[in-house]
Each structure stands twice: as structure tokens, then as C-alpha cells.
Design a protein around this ligand. Sequence first.
Ligand code: CO8
Length: 378
Amino acid sequence: MKADSCPEIVISGSGVWIPPDVITNEELVASYNAYAEKFNSDNRKAIAAGRIEEKPFSSVRFIEKASGIKARRVYTKEGILDIDRMCPKFPERHESEISNQAEIAIYAAQKAMAAAGKTPADIDAVIVSCAYTQRAYPAIAIEIQNALGIKGFGFDMLGACSAATFGLHRAYDSLKAGSATCVLAVNPELVTPQVNFRDRDTHFIFGDVSVAVVMERSGTCTSANSFEILDTKALTKFSSNIRSNFGHMSRATDADPYGRDKLFHQAGRKVFEEVSPFAARHISIQLEDMRISPFDVKRFWLHQANLNMNKKVIKHLLGEDSMNAKAPVILDEFANTASAGSIIAFHLYNSDLRPGDIGVICSFGAGYSVGSLVLQKK
Ligand code: CO8
């Protein structure tokens, strides 16, 4: 690639694949409560003797008030509401077939490439970044690269809630360094297989989705809707308050590979209290360093885990108690989609920005991690 000491890097297209299946809070709570009722009835004696804890009931009212979530999209509804299963049912695919995750990644990638006006021949790097990959190797990114006919290289990376923004950071770095000329960054968040639908505290939190972004140097950009990346910033701080211990070690430790701690679990209240100020401070510092007032930011595309968390972040930045058009909410419809939420918000709510307008994408959560990009509409 031609040497350019200070290339301008742009996001030139984005795409979202929305799973067709929807589960409302009402459906989810009815299923969980039927399960809890059966569990309590089946274990009546042990519960009375104090050997087993009674299962508490879930409520739609609680879920909406505590999180803002009203429904979630799922790759497949089959199995999730069945109280004898409470886990999505995926037929095992043969090694000669495309994996579920590569499949949904490609759906989003094709939309992002169309938006950017790119074909696979224009792309030379594929980054898959998400909360889970469905296998360790070969990388899902290389499978996508092969299926689309993309040359160059691909790799997978994990980063929980910040996988998407951290993936975009790696795309940006590759373009700046000249190791790639056009990057496809994909976040196929297939998370429902890791949700404990028998746990009242977390059964309502997540949904599946797939999002993709095309990033390139401005010199090659032909898109009518592109955003220059003015700055990237990341911060991590270790915490076990959001955790999944699922992994390749379970076989060797003789642990139950499907035990409670192997699924997503968290200390939700602590996360809420610790992560909201962590994220708010991160954005404030980044903008201050760039000499941009938060009031001059046209849009905050925030991580979508909890409406009340986002309200706290906006209150810190703008002093406002309520969310406004500056910080669009998509979690009511999609729930928490791991790292994809801020990118869905960006994708759905950027077309009204005018040249020169500033926006901030910011993710925050497990790790703890916070990742942001300050963008300017071209
Ligand atoms: N129905 C009725 N009551 C409930 C329910 C329910 N479903 N769930 C909990 N309660 C009860 C609690 O047990 C508690 O009862 P008690 O007072 O008797 O102890 C009471 O309601 C209040 O509980 P909380 O204090 O926990 O309620 P909160 O107001 O804090 O709300 C939330 C709980 C919604 C979980 C909230 O704390 C939250 O959203 N916190 C932040 C969580 C967060 O952002 N986590 C990050 C998620 S990780 C991520 O984004 C990506 C990681 C990887 C993806 C993994 C995919 C599988």
C-alpha cells in the first residue's frame, strides 16, 4: 500500500441482520413462571425441609422498569419457552455446512458491503468480534472470508460487551498502519445458547442479532453516507461481576460443562453502579481531550444493556434526567445484544446527521471494558 503518514479513516457502511423470531416479556415470563411453579411443586418437600430454595416468580413489570427491555429477537424460538428444555434448539450442522454464526455474519456483512458500495474483491481483512464464537478454530472470520471470496486475512476476537468497538479499533489500527485497505468488521452475537432461561435474574436480558461495518481509507470511499473516525479510546478494569466460565477446561476439571457458573451470570446491581460512572467518565475525558463539549455532540450511540444505565451516562454528560433524541434506545425491541447494541443504534440512527456533525459510539460492560469512537459525518 502507498505510504501515507496520516490517512483519514472512515466508516463507509453498516448492516444489521435482525432475526425473524421475537419473544415478548409476556411470553418469556409466562414460560419461566410455569417452570418455577412446576419446580416448586415437584420439590415441595425438599423446599419445606430447607434443602432446596424455592424458585421466585418473574414479572413483566419488574423487567420493564428495571431494564427498559420489552422484547428480544432470537435466532430460533424453538426450545426456549419449552419448560422442559429452556434453551434454544439448534440442529447440529455437519462440518461441510456453514456454521450458524458465519451464516448470520454474512447476512449483516452483505448489507454493510452494499451500503458502502463494496464487493468482496475490495475487502482484504475480516474481523469477527463478539461475546462468544461457536468454536475455537478455524476462525469464524476465515469461514466468512472463504464463503464471500475475500482475499487477505481474517481473525476472531472476543471482548464481551466491548467486542464490537474493540474490533473497530483493530480495524482502524490496521488501516492506519497500512496492513489492510478495506476491513469488514462483523459482530454475529449469537448469545441465547448461553442464557440461563431458568434464572429469574437474567432470563430476560439477552437477544441475538448480527451487525457489520465496513471501514476504509477516505481515498477509496465512494459511499454517500460516511463517517470519519476522529478518535478511538479503550479502557479495561478486571471484574468478575459479569462472568461466564464456559470453556475448553471443563473437560479436564471434570466440572459440569452446563453448570450455572458456565452460563452468563452477573451481580447486576453492582455492575449497574460501577459501570455507569466508568463509562460516563470515559466519554467525558475523551471529549475533553479532544476539546469537544458533550453539548456539541449530535448523537451518542450507547451500549444497550439497560435503559437506566444509559440515562445515568447521559445525565453525567448533559445533566439531563431523561433520554432524548441524542441517545437513541433500541434495547426495548432487541434487549441486550452483547456488543452489538451500540452498532445497531448507530446503524438505525445516523442518516439525519449532516456533514460536520459529531457522534460517539460507546460500549461498556463485562471485563469491565469500555470502548469508544468519536465520529464526524463527512
Ligand atoms: N422479576 C421479578 N423480580 C426480579 C427479577 C425478575 N425477573 N429479577 C430480579 N428480581 C428481584 C431481585 O431478586 C431483587 O429482589 P430482592 O430485593 O428481594 O433481593 C429485586 O428484584 C431487585 O433486584 P436488583 O437490585 O438486581 O434489580 P435492578 O434494579 O438492579 O435490575 C438488572 C436488575 C436489570 C439486571 C440491572 O441491575 C442491570 O441491568 N444491571 C446492569 C447489567 C449489565 O449491564 N450487565 C452487563 C451485561 S453483559 C453484556 O452486556 C455483554 C456480555 C456478554 C454477553 C453474554 C450473553 C449471554
